[in-house]
Design a protein around this ligand. Structure first.
Ligand SMILES: *[C@@H]1O[C@H](CO)[C@@H](O)[C@H](O)[C@H]1NC(C)=O
Ligand SMILES: *[C@@H]1O[C@H](CO)[C@@H](O)[C@H](O)[C@H]1NC(C)=O
Ligand SMILES: *[C@@H]1O[C@H](CO)[C@@H](O)[C@H](O)[C@H]1NC(C)=O
Ligand SMILES: *[C@@H]1O[C@H](CO)[C@@H](O)[C@H](O)[C@H]1NC(C)=O
Ligand SMILES: *[C@@H]1O[C@H](CO)[C@@H](O)[C@H](O)[C@H]1NC(C)=O
Ligand SMILES: *[C@@H]1O[C@H](CO)[C@@H](O)[C@H](O)[C@H]1NC(C)=O
Ligand SMILES: *[C@@H]1O[C@H](CO)[C@@H](O)[C@H](O)[C@H]1NC(C)=O
Length: 660
């Protein structure tokens, strides 16, 4: 170290003492302790949550685990107001970040530049709250939280405009101003993907005199002259005399790694832009020790896949020219060759049959090319018209990705047959564990709770987190499959809708299963997310009670599970309904919570039911549950009478058999 820089270091280390009450300015060009950053400002960044400084000198705020919070704050409080007249200062900041999502197109929440009374933001939740606020304090003006969010998930609850936006948040997660991430250059407005995995620089400038807030982003080191948000706002009611400044980040059900590379801040002055080329950068994707062998085999595998697909295509072109249509090829990767699936299932042999799903037979298969185990569902499907929409629908289902959904790997259409290829779930379906007598294995309470949570997460994803609302329409224990780790995964999503394309459009068929159908469905026939919530409630009760929603062999008053549990709940005797196979080994409080949430979900009046997002919150204890309102006697319950009417008025072929 040169003498000059030693002197500078000495001077700077005295500065905080000399500068008490003066304007804060700092620059972090990377965050490694002993490096330039420390010399520059002499204060190591303060991390909380799971944030860590990585070897490369950048901060990893979160990793790809769900529901995490990570924060990086300037360690000292910053004065935001003039001590003499109390006016709010102007401030300016620039920082460089990158968001690397678990799945390329699906963000897992985001990060926010934050000005708050504490560095820890006690009570802040992950997911859509970005570690800033929680369900009870959101919107409260006594929070004194000002944030600029960089959000990669569209939360309908908070009116987010899309899944790639910048928003100004004042004491609330509902943005006071927001804009799609973009920047202006000489050619006009350019799109910017926040979750593209590359470095993005953001500038936030507040003019305390003009009371104007500007937000600018770009993928470059230079600052575009036109901001994407220029929002007139008086921050004097939000900012206290002294506040902490930092970046808060969170993941949700889906997750992203959020990284921070550099950060500058200046009170009453312009924060310098960061030079992205000199900042630490993300390491290239990790090379394993046997990188050569692996990359060779990966290359071989890719070649093989390309060859298989190419071969299949050629083979098909020649042999089955009438089946392939050029427009189908744009969905290429998901299209399997019929012969491959036939071989995989040994010619759809009965011995390979895994079961009968709502829409067809399911076979176990081993793909000859990769030896991967799959489940192949064979649906007979008569459809000529609307086939383009039909394939688009499949392509869209194929893009749904969630750890609690059974992944659709691909499909194949051949004349009247539709073959759907799914991940194989080695532990079969949940209903086998609940209803088989005697059962193979009795699932413990903890296992059951985990399954319930998993399915709830999948439904939040389908209802709220996907680009369009997906209604499952057939949530039930037999549609929940268990993976190798006994996680619950929802299957058959999108099927009901798909099936409609093949059906006769003039007859509206209620799709679903008796006992899980919301009462209003039998009147309106219209599928809604709230009907899914009803079915999920019925499923939760199945899991807790270990019996089917309609049990013809039960005593008359116990025939319909939901009604029976309601009676017991009102009488304070819920424990009588709990599966006796637990032999009393369960957490009573948790069971009570689940039953209470289940009854709320299965409320006969749709408006009394929570959303799936609320359900997750209640199950996680993140929000207080409202009072449970018991159904009035005249409310539309699924009484045995209605049940009879119902059986008569709908063709029974629409439903699976109810009794065992
Ligand atoms: C900053 O971090 C470095 C590396 O962890 C450490 O050596 C140094 O003592 C820290 N400095 C302060 C002021 O805490
Ligand atoms: C992410 O961080 C958490 C907490 O440090 C850790 O438990 C988890 O294993 C990490 N996940 C991944 C995918 O690295
Ligand atoms: C604070 O306000 C006083 C009185 O209005 C003014 O003289 C002074 O320059 C201000 N200080 C700063 C740092 O702006
Ligand atoms: C919400 O956050 C506040 C702090 O702002 C905290 O006091 C409160 O306990 C939190 N509520 C919940 C339900 O976590
Ligand atoms: C806002 O928060 C304060 C302090 O936590 C609390 O006293 C007040 O009741 C809250 N207001 C609302 C509307 O929730
Ligand atoms: C910001 O939005 C919240 C909630 O939408 C609202 O209560 C508040 O008044 C707004 N603040 C400003 C300064 O616009
Ligand atoms: C904010 O942007 C407007 C419009 O581009 C500009 O006139 C103004 O000077 C900017 N203010 C700050 C504080 O950057």
């Amino acid at each position: 170290m040169s003498r000059a820089s030693l002197l500078l270091l000495l001077f700077l280390s005295l500065l905080p003492v000399l500068a008490l009450g003066q304007e804060v300015k700092f620059v972090y060009n990377g965050f490694s302790g002993g490096g330039a950053a420390a010399v520059n400002n002499n204060h190591n960044i303060s991390l909380n949550g799971i944030a860590e400084v990585e070897g490369g000198g950048f901060v990893r705020l979160t990793n790809e685990t769900s529901r995490l919070i990570g924060r990086a704050f300037y360690p000292l409080p910053v004065r935001f107001r003039n001590a003499t007249d109390g006016s709010v200062f102007s401030f300016s900041t620039a920082f460089a970040f990158a968001i690397v999502p678990e799945y390329p197109k699906l963000g897992g929440h985001g990060l926010a530049f934050t000005v708050a009374p504490t560095k820890e933001l006690h009570g802040g939740l992950p997911s859509q709250y970005l570690g800033l606020l929680n369900a009870s304090d959101v919107g409260n003006s006594s929070n004194h939280v000002f944030a600029v969010e960089f959000d990669t998930v569209q939360d309908f609850e908070f009116g987010d405009i899309n899944d790639n936006h910048v928003g100004v948040d004042i004491n609330d997660m509902r943005s006071n101003a927001s804009a799609t991430a973009a920047y202006y250059d000489k050619d006009g407005k350019q799109d910017l993907n926040l979750k593209g995995g590359h470095a993005v620089q953001a500038w936030i400038d507040y003019d305390g005199v003009a009371k104007l807030l500007n937000v600018t982003v770009s993928p470059f080191s230079w600052k575009p002259t036109t901001p994407i948000i220029s929002f007139p706002v008086d921050l004097s009611s939000v900012l206290l005399e002294e506040m902490f400044v930092g970046i808060s980040s969170s993941t949700g059900l889906l997750s992203s790694s959020h990284y921070l590379f550099g950060w500058s801040f200046s009170m009453n002055g312009l924060a310098p832009s960061l030079d992205l080329s000199t900042l630490p950068s993300l390491p290239k994707p990790k090379k394993k020790t046997h990188s050569l062998a692996i990359s060779t085999s990966v290359a071989a595998f890719v070649l093989l896949v390309v060859a298989v697909i190419g071969g299949a295509y050629l083979f098909y072109r020649i042999k089955n020219a009438d089946v392939i249509e050029p427009w189908e090829l744009q969905y290429g990767p998901h299209r399997f060759c019929y012969e491959e699936l036939k071989r995989a299932t040994k010619g759809f042999r009965d011995k390979e049959l895994l079961g009968f799903g709502g829409f067809g037979k399911v076979y176990k298969g081993v793909l000859p090319s990769t030896k991967a185990e799959v489940a192949v569902k064979r649906v007979s499907h008569e459809s000529k018209q609307g086939i383009r929409e039909f394939v688009a629908e499949i392509a869209s289902i194929g893009r749904l990705r969630h750890r609690n959904l059974v992944q659709l790997q691909g499909w194949c259409r051949r004349r009247g047959d539709l073959l759907l290829v799914y991940d194989y779930m080695p532990n079969g379906s949940l209903d086998k564990y609940l209803f088989d007598n005697p059962p193979k294995v009795v699932l413990s309470w903890n296992q059951r709770l985990r399954i319930i949570r998993g399915v709830a997460a999948a439904l939040v994803y389908l209802h709220e987190e996907w680009e369009s609302v997906v209604i499952h329409r057939d949530v039930k224990a037999s549609n929940v499959l268990l993976d190798a780790d006994m996680n619950g995964r929802l299957g058959d999503f999108g099927m009901a809708k798909l099936h409609e394309h093949g059906g006769n459009p003039s007859t509206t068929r209620v799709v679903g299963t008796l006992g899980y159908l919301a009462p209003e469905l039998t009147r309106t026939g219209k599928a809604t997310t709230s009907a899914d919530v009803f079915a999920f409630g019925a499923m939760m009760l199945e899991v807790v009670c270990g019996r089917r929603p309609i049990e013809p062999k039960a005593l008359p008053e116990e025939l319909i599970l939901v009604d029976w549990v309601w009676e017991l709940w009102l009488a304070g005797r819920v424990s009588e309904a709990v599966d006796h196979r637990f032999c009393g080994d369960y957490a009573e409080e948790e069971v009570n919570t689940v039953v209470r949430v289940a009854l709320m979900c299965s409320h006969p009046t749709a408006s009394e039911r929570p959303t799936m997002r609320d359900v997750v919150r209640y199950l996680d204890g993140d929000a207080d549950m409202p009072e449970l309102r018991s159904p009035l006697p005249n409310e539309d319950r699924l009484s045995p009478v209605a049940f009879d009417d119902f059986v008569h008025s709908y063709p029974s072929s629409s439903f699976e058999k109810v009794s065992s």
